[in-house]
Ligand binder design. Structure first.
Ligand SMILES: N[C@@H](CCC(=O)N[C@@H](CS)C(=O)NCC(=O)O)C(=O)O
Length: 176
């Protein structure tokens, strides 16, 4: 199992954390996002990371990678058992990508944004799948950019940090 990865990338963090949560060993291949190798386009037409390579099966897109890992390696599930709960978890991640991620990139570009409001409304603690999907941005907001988290979100992150997969990402972000 290989992961084309970038330490700073929150989408890659989803794949890293899903692999670590499921205790799947993998070889990380760090991609320099400022000087992406041309061959990355052979793995993903968008040239973006993360890209997973599971024994020659190549898969981009962080949320799709998480779902694939959950189906292919069902131990330590990320998605809930019930079909409606699963659909809700996917919907929350879909909405998150639309809203927070959009605000996040506005914030990073110094444009008007609603990151605080998104954090205030973040529907945390409903599934491991969504928690993994949300947490890379929350960790970066707090530990790289000095956002004060709502108490409920801070408590959620502190609880998650007891798990090695989340602790490792918090540690990595502190080293960036
Ligand atoms: N929708 C993609 C987004 C991945 C993404 O935007 N990755 C960034 C790094 S954090 C990237 O590779 N950016 C390079 C680019 O956009 O050209 C996913 O969920 O995997």
């Amino acid at each position: 199992m290989k992961l084309y990865d970038a330490a700073a990338c929150p989408f890659c963090a989803r794949a890293r954390m899903a692999l670590q949560f499921k205790e799947i060993g993998y070889e990380p291949i760090e991609i320099d996002l400022r000087e992406r190798p041309a061959w990355i386009y052979d793995l993903n037409v968008t040239g973006r990371v993360p890209v997973l390579d599971d024994g020659g099966y190549v898969l981009p897109e962080s949320a799709v990678i998480m779902e694939y890992l959950d189906e292919r390696y069902p131990d330590r599930p990320l998605l809930p058992e019930d079909a409606r709960d699963r659909a809700t978890a996917r919907l929350l991640v879909h909405r998150f990508d639309d809203l927070l991620a959009r605000d996040w990139y506005a914030f990073r570009k110094g444009e008007a944004h609603s990151v605080e409001q998104r954090l205030e409304e973040l529907p945390v603690g409903q599934s491991v799948f969504a928690d993994i999907a949300f947490s890379p941005w929350v960790i970066r907001a707090r530990d790289l950019h000095g956002f004060r988290l709502p108490d409920r979100v801070e408590e959620w992150l502190n609880d998650l940090a007891r798990h090695p997969a989340f602790a490792a990402e918090i540690e990595l972000v502190r080293s960036l």
